[in-house]
Design a protein around this ligand. Sequence first.
Ligand SMILES: Cc1ncc(COP(=O)(O)O)c(C=O)c1O
Length: 389
Amino acid sequence: MPNKELLLIPGPTPVVDEIYEALASETLAHTDPRFVSIFKESLLRTQSLFNTDGEVYVFAGSGTLAMEMAIVNTISPGEKLLVISHGYFGDRFVPLAKAYGIQVETIQAPWGQHADLEQVRQALAREKFKAVTVTHVDTSTGVMADLDALVPLVKESGALFLLDGVCASAAIEEDMQKAYGQPDYKIDIVLTASQKAIGVPPGLGIVAFGRQALAARAERKQVPAYFLDIANWRPIMDNPGRYFATPPVNMVDAYHQGLELVFKEGLQSRYQRHQALGKAVRAALHTYGMQALAEESIAAPTLSCVRYPEGVKDGDFRQALAQKGIIVAGALADLAGKAFRIGHMGNVTDADFIKAIRLIGETLQELGHSVNPQAAMDTFVEVYTQSLV
Ligand SMILES: Cc1ncc(COP(=O)(O)O)c(C=O)c1O
């Protein structure tokens, strides 16, 4: 089933035929050995995606449920969490953790920028935090967190490092055995979802727990959750033929195929492709007078939040573009109406973006703006090609 529209919102992302076909497989019993083997292989592939020697959990739900699984299994009511937020989705950890009686402190970056490292350092020196959350790419701003700076700071303080990979996993490296400066300074949890750079429809929450995060769960007899308690899921993740709650059989089929494509491309090539796409999309849009919110050095490979040039009306632009089959998203909060968000992640190609850049240019022309779509497409191709070598 070919995609009728090019879905360039920050997720869900375009679904390719192989994944649709897997999704449309006959629905087998969740205990059928053929499905059990697909689920097992999907878990092994998830382990490879994050290069973890810990445990992975794949379940029906969205990214928010994955955030909740990470929090509820590692931090007890009354303990402290530091939220380092680069935008709307970073902020989401605050009410989520408070709902479990966790004490939350927040370091909020101005939208489009990184959090101030000195402020992070001071907060970690002043208080003992059980964990720190960082959003790898905040989907509201297109800012990518600096893991090289943040992981050592957080781990030196003794806190767990929880990474929200919803807008990054499978497009940007998230290697849980990578040592950041010291042998045991590692990412403790990556949580994510199926619908962004993995390229599968929405429907799965995915969480990888490293050894220190598992030790934090093991220290606690009980957690204030049932569906999200990994102790309930562990027997199933060890042997998916067992039952705790019915797995979303067809979504697992689709995810299995999604990861097949990820590893067929190869993780390093996939990371490089996303890096090149991000740079090239921003450079091409810049020729239309559209400026990314995040500076290039901290801009995400997966998604950009781009300000409109003077005189472009958000509603008119996105509606006219949608009529040409290109769907982009509005900006959030204070940026609503002033910027739009374009995803460049998952199973998308340079050809998709050459087309999108042309149609964005033609839309601007229709709305009365003087731009040069051919020059923008040339810029895209030049930057994309250079970034791949
Ligand atoms: C970075 C980030 N974290 C968490 C979420 C929440 O995920 P979901 O909408 O799948 O619950 C999103 C959703 O876009 C996101 O972009």
